[in-house]
Design a protein. Structure first.
Length: 239
């Protein structure tokens, strides 16, 4: 993973958030709804809900919205029935792409995702065609300006907490963990530092280099996919 910082992409997304805040809140509410529906409303025992709520709060989602999504999932009222879907395919130049979605209409979502691929010189593939190239890991970001210790001390603390790897840049420290150790590492670091990002995410094992014009098409495809109401996350291995 060294040299392939995810932070650059996250900063780009954060910069565009104000214009799309309503849509982002809707996607976060879906994630909370599904987590609560599947595992109940107790965040002590439902780690998926705990992560979804933390993610919502880091995006400044109002508590009322969070509570409404949980109550909707666990109450006796008739509500949506979302299904988790994963789409796989190739972008321009053979870039591997994975799309995670929550949908109440799989035909609609499949059609919209396929259109985003084909419109931007990509191809939607069969399940399993690229997923073997990705692995889920814990990912934590802490800004340097939020540290009151030196770099070496912080790295030692992160390693002692159980992380796999720490990458340092001028702006941030990026901490990577196994899925199993993520919550423990997060909880330890949370006691001393402000966590800018703390999530489970997919990371590619290898990266693909493509031409500049193909990069433009790839970026358009990712933007188009992320703008779909049903799409929660888009992962790829473009260099």
């Amino acid at each position: 993973m060294a040299g392939h910082s995810k932070w650059h992409n996250i900063k780009h997304k954060k910069g565009a958030k104000d214009a799309k805040r309503g849509k982002i809140f809707m996607k976060l509410a879906k994630e909370i709804y599904v987590a609560a529906k599947q595992g109940g409303s107790d965040m002590e025992t439902n780690s998926a809900l705990r992560l979804a709520v933390d993610k919502a709060k880091s995006n400044n989602m109002p508590n009322d919205n969070i509570d409404r999504a949980i109550n909707k999932a666990t109450g006796n009222v008739e509500g949506e029935n979302y299904e988790e879907m994963v789409y796989e395919g190739y972008g321009p130049g053979g870039v591997a792409v994975m799309v995670e979605a929550l949908t109440d209409n799989r035909n609609r979502t499949a059609s919209e995702v396929r259109h985003a691929f084909s419109k931007n010189n990509g191809n939607l593939g069969e399940n399993g065609c690229v997923s073997f190239m990705f692995h889920r890991k814990g990912y934590i970001v802490i800004k340097r300006e939020d540290l009151d210790v030196d770099e070496e001390t912080f790295m030692l603390e992160a390693i002692e907490a159980g992380c796999e790897e720490v990458e340092a840049s001028d702006e941030v420290f990026e901490v990577y963990t196994t899925v199993e150790d993520f919550e423990e590492v997060r909880n330890v670091l949370k006691e001393s530092y402000v966590l800018e990002v703390a999530e489970l995410s997919m990371f590619p094992d290898t990266y693909t280099s493509i031409e500049e014009n193909q990069q433009e098409d790839m970026n358009k495809m990712v933007d188009m996919l992320e703008d779909l109401d049903d799409v929660q996350e888009v992962y790829h291995n473009m260099q």
